[in-house]
Design a protein around this ligand. Structure first.
Ligand code: ADP
Length: 229
């Protein structure tokens, strides 16, 4: 199977006053196309930082990341933006919807950026799929947390990414809404073969993925492949 993500000897340091704070150290792993993968670990162990680096949202200090067959450090800003728009989806813990756009526009804009002539129609279909067809003209401030997360999901799905990074996708949701969101993510994996990389503190959610990477203090403590019967 082809590797969609290949991380080698990653090191990330933040400046903290006079000191350097190493938040990721000697992190290496890879993910195969179509896999479902979770990253777990205590708060502050570097999960969100790792996800952001893998998705090309932040720069690393040492090591290399190959995403969708491309070495990220070789790309300039424009090339990176293009890769993200065409092949990568990201779901943030705090949703990060654009507050001045309606639910429909939040989903259709990335499609329009891709030059998709059916952007509005496809965005509407996606909103219906996540159960928000009747809320298309609402602004994020008029939606509940669960509804905003479902808009964020529709936006992340809209460009049919090869790989979807999700940072605590159920973190701010009640149990029932969280389960719906998880179902949608795994449906996407099954229907379109989208690789899922999920950061979570929820071990029940992690158990649903084929592989679990455990981080502690910025280091990998285990990388376990589950045998799924
Ligand atoms: P997790 O997602 O596992 O909770 P994070 O990746 O958010 O961990 O953070 C790892 C460590 O890096 C924490 O100690 C956090 O305080 C620190 N950190 C994260 N982002 C920054 C930043 N922009 N500047 C300085 N320190 C940061």
């Amino acid at each position: 199977m082809a590797k969609i993500l290949n991380v080698k000897n990653l090191r990330k340091t933040y400046k903290s006053g006079e000191k350097d704070l190493t938040v990721l150290d000697s992190v290496s792993f890879d993910i195969e196309a179509g896999e479902t993968f979770s990253i777990v670990g205590p708060s502050g162990s570097g999960k969100t930082t790792l996800l952001g680096l893998c998705a090309g949202l932040d720069s690393l200090d040492e090591g290399s990341i190959e995403l969708c067959g491309v070495e990220l450090s070789r790309l300039n800003e424009d090339e990176l933006a293009l890769l993200r728009n065409q092949k990568v989806g990201f779901i943030f813990q705090d949703f990060q919807l654009l507050s001045t756009l309606t639910a429909l526009e939040n989903v259709s804009v990335p499609l329009e950026l891709q030059g998709n002539k059916r952007a509005q129609l496809e965005a509407m279909e996606l909103l219906e799929k996540v159960g928000l067809g009747d809320r298309y003209d609402h602004y994020p401030s008029q939606l509940s947390g669960g509804e905003q997360q479902r808009v964020a999901l529709a936006r992340a799905f809209s460009t049919k990414p090869d790989i979807l990074f999700a940072d605590e996708p159920t973190g701010n949701l009640d149990e029932e809404t969280g389960e719906k969101v998880i179902q949608l993510l795994f449906d996407l994996n099954k229907e379109m073969g989208t690789t899922l990389v999920i950061v979570t503190h929820d071990l029940d959610l992690a158990q649903l993925t084929q592989r679990i990477l455990r981080l502690k203090g910025g280091k990998i403590i285990s990388n376990e492949t589950k045998i799924i019967a």
